[in-house]
Design a protein around this ligand. Structure first.
Ligand SMILES: *Cc1c(COP(=O)(O)O)cnc(C)c1O
Length: 379
């Protein structure tokens, strides 16, 4: 059975975690600070704020920007559901925008129709690693005083016009869940060039405490902390950060490997004309966090049936990116029509792709997919 994904973890991560435990400092401390510095440096941004997940990171950014009840936040429905939940945590209303077919991303053309005078923020998702066209969206948002936030959960190692996703002047949130690219088990990172915002978020993630544990520890005086406002516990542990530091060093190799394997898929599936394969957009490069293919209209097969056929042929797949507005959690909400979102959600599936997958496995998945499509492929 070929799994759909597997994190790439080794003895170095084991050692880093063990050393942290032996050090006696396991909660947020020096390794988290170092991970913040290294990660933000890697993506060419000024500040890194480590958090417990991308979800809590999105929540924290929206809260720190003062977005709340009465405000609207534009998000793609086509995303993992956490994107659409984040505005709800602060009492704001998520407003769904459609996406562009080939990148599966928001564009100015899909955002513009749903902007109102209550729009305070747009959360752009770099869909399963595919960079969104940031410059035009940033210009659009800046012109209207709208905060642009990047949900870069899956996009570590992707690039936009030659710079890593997460670069300044963007404010972006990454995920380190094992389903993404580099992992700390659970975890996330906010990056931003805004020093004041970063400082406030660092306090808010630890109960809005005026002094951090490491500052208190390194002081030779008695320090009494203060809580100026309501905060959260969104901390990452030093054990996670130690693993993250090792994973970050491996990131370039992870991306290179995924792009190599994705090319093999293209070589072997390119001939199936009605299968839409992912590829780099003109404005950047994807990390192929997931390899999602869409069944074109000339393929007369139900997506879920195809997934079942592949499973019985020893290939594990997942449905493509979900449409949040179709989930019961968002029932009763209204949205403008989302035809591209609904097409992609119904007709896409994610094929296996992970670091230790062999070239032969990729060829074999491609062959089994073609077999499973059988006579239903028109050309
Ligand atoms: C996975 C994911 C999240 C949530 O990340 P967690 O770290 O698991 O909270 C948010 N947005 C997108 C687009 C994701 O893929």
């Amino acid at each position: 059975m070929i799994p759909v994904m597997r994190p790439w973890l080794g003895e170095e991560e084991v050692t880093a975690a063990a050393e942290t435990i032996r050090s006696g400092w396991v909660a947020q401390g020096p390794r988290v600070s170092e991970f913040e510095r290294r990660f933000s440096g890697h993506v060419h941004n000024d500040e890194g704020i480590a958090v417990s997940s991308c979800t809590t990171g999105l929540h924290l950014v929206l809260h720190a920007l003062g977005i709340g009840p009465g405000d609207e936040v534009i998000v793609p429905s086509l995303s993992f559901i956490a994107t659409a939940n984040a505005p709800r945590y602060v009492g704001a209303t998520p407003v769904f925008a459609d996406v562009e077919l080939h990148t599966q991303n928001l564009t100015v053309e899909t955002i513009a129709p749903v902007v109102t005078d209550r729009t305070r923020s747009v959360v752009v998702v770099h869909q399963i690693g595919m960079p969104a066209d940031l410059d035009s969206i940033r210009q659009f948002c800046d012109d209207r005083g709208i905060h642009l936030i990047e949900d870069a959960a899956c996009a570590a190692g992707s690039t936009y016009r030659g710079s890593p996703i997460g670069s300044a002047p963007g404010t972006a949130v990454f995920s380190f869940h094992p389903r993404k690219i580099l992992t700390t088990g659970e975890g996330g990172m906010i990056v931003t060039p805004d020093g004041a915002l970063a400082e406030r978020m660092r306090r808010l993630r630890q109960h809005a405490m005026s002094v951090s544990a490491s500052d208190r520890h390194s002081s030779d005086r008695v320090v009494i902390e203060e809580y100026a406002e309501m905060g959260f516990n969104f901390r990452m542990t030093d054990i996670q950060a130690a693993v993250g530091l090792v994973q970050l060093q491996k990131l370039p190799e992870m991306i290179e490997r995924r792009r190599f394997l994705a090319d093999i898929y293209r070589d072997h599936l390119g001939e199936v004309g009605s299968l839409m394969l992912p590829s780099d957009p003109p404005h950047g490069t994807t990390n192929y966090q997931s390899y999602s293919v869409m069944l074109g209209s000339s393929i007369d097969v139900n997506r879920d049936d195809l997934m079942r056929r592949l499973l019985s042929a020893g290939v594990s797949t997942r449905r493509g990116v979900m449409a949040s507005h179709l989930e019961p959690a968002f029932a009763g909400g209204t949205s403008s029509p989302l035809p591209v979102t609904e097409l992609l959600a119904a007709r896409s599936l994610i094929l296996p792709l992970y670091h230790e997958m062999s070239s032969d496995d990729v060829v074999s998945v491609a062959r089994r997919l073609k077999d499973a499509l059988g006579g239903e492929v028109a050309g």
